[in-house]
Design a protein around this ligand. Structure first.
Ligand SMILES: NC(=O)c1ccc[n+]([C@@H]2O[C@H](COP(=O)([O-])OP(=O)(O)OC[C@H]3O[C@@H](n4cnc5c(N)ncnc54)[C@H](O)[C@@H]3O)[C@@H](O)[C@H]2O)c1
Length: 252
C-alpha cells in the first residue's frame, strides 16, 4: 500500500475528481478527510472511504472561508492526526465569453479556485510542518490544462488556474527544504459535474472524444492514481511540476 496510515485531506472531495482521489487514497491505506459543501454526496463518499477499512471524515467546510477551514483542520488533527497530504481540488467553472463574465462571477471563480487554494494551504501548513525531520509531506493542486490552452471554462477560470500554477511554484521554492513536495496535476476532460456542465449532450461529448488521441475521456480514478503516486515515497524527486493529464490532446 502506497499511503498506509497517512492522513490525506481533499477539498471538494464529495464529487468528481476529488471523490476519485479520496477513494484511491483510501484504497492505498490512507485515512481520508474530505471537505465540501455538498452534505448528501459528502456522506455517501465517506461511506465508500470507510468501506476500505480506513478512518474517514466528511466536514462541511467552505474553501473561501478561512474560519471554517481552521475548524476543519482542528477536527482532523484531533481525530486523525497531522496532515500528510493536502489535495487542493475544490473548484467551479462557467462557460462564458469574456463580455458575458460579470464582475461578481469573476470574483466568485477567483475566490473559490485561487484564493480558496491559498486559504486552504494557510489553514493546513502548520499541521504539515509539525513532523519528524525526514518525513516528507505533499501538497497537490488540481489545476487545469486550460492554463496552457486558454480553453475550458472561461477567462476567469483560466486565470484562476494559471494563478494556481504560480502559487504552486512559489510554495515549491519555499517549502521543498522543509520536506513538503508541491506539485500540480492539470487535467483535461475528466468525467464529472463540471464536464457535464461544459458538454451537456452526447453529441458534443463524442466530438470531444474525437479530439483525444487515446479516444476516451478521463475518469476521476486516472487523476486519483497519479495523486497517490505524487503523495507517496516513490515520487519525492518530483517537485514544483505541473503534470498534464489529457489523453495526449494538448500537444498532438
Ligand atoms: N472535470 C474536468 O474535466 C476538469 C478539467 C480540468 C480541471 N478540473 C478541476 O478539477 C477540480 C474538481 O472538479 P470536478 O471536475 O471534479 O468538478 P465537480 O463539480 O464534480 O466537483 C467539485 C467539488 O468542489 C466542491 N466545491 C465547490 N465549491 C466549494 C467550496 N467553496 N468549498 C468547498 N467545496 C466546494 C463541490 O461541491 C464539488 O463537490 C476543479 O478544481 C476543476 O477546476 C476538472
Amino acid at each position: 500500500m502506497l499511503l498506509k496510515d497517512k492522513v490525506c485531506v481533499i477539498t471538494g472531495g464529495a464529487n468528481g475528481i476529488g471523490k476519485g482521489i479520496a477513494l484511491c487514497m483510501a484504497k492505498e491505506g490512507a485515512n481520508v478527510a474530505i471537505l465540501d459543501l455538498n452534505d448528501t454526496e459528502g456522506e455517501k463518499t465517506l461511506n465508500e472511504i470507510k468501506s476500505h477499512n480506513v478512518k474517514g471524515l466528511y466536514i462541511n467546510s467552505d474553501v473561501t472561508n478561512p474560519e471554517s477551514l481552521a475548524e476543519a483542520q482542528k477536527k482532523i488533527s484531533s481525530e486523525l492526526g497531522n496532515t500528510d497530504v493536502l489535495v487542493v481540488n475544490a473548484g467551479i467553472s462557467f462557460k462564458h465569453s469574456f463580455k458575458e463574465v460579470s464582475d461578481e462571477e469573476w470574483k466568485k471563480v477567483i475566490d473559490i479556485n485561487l484564493s480558496g487554494s491559498f486559504y486552504t494551504i494557510k489553514a493546513f501548513i502548520d499541521s504539515m510542518l509539525d513532523k519528524k525531520e525526514n518525513d516528507r509531506k505533499s501538497i497537490i493542486f488540481i489545476s487545469s490544462g486550460s492554463a496552457f490552452t486558454g480553453g475550458g471554462g472561461g477567462v476567469h477560470y483560466t486565470a484562476s488556474k494559471s494563478g494556481q500554477h504560480g502559487l504552486m511554484r512559489a510554495l515549491a521554492k519555499e517549502y521543498g527544504k522543509a520536506g513538503i513536495n508541491v506539485n500540480a496535476i492539470a487535467p483535461r476532460v475528466i468525467a464529472s459535474h463540471i464536464l457535464d456542465q461544459l458538454y451537456p449532450d452526447e453529441k458534443s461529448k463524442q466530438e470531444l472524444i474525437e479530439q483525444i488521441p487515446i479516444r476516451r475521456i478521463g475518469y476521476p480514478e486516472d487523476i486519483g492514481n497519479l495523486a497517490c503516486f505524487l503523495a507517496s515515497e516513490k515520487s519525492t524527486y518530483i517537485h514544483g511540476q505541473i503534470i498534464l493529464m489529457d489523453g495526449g490532446r494538448t500537444y498532438q
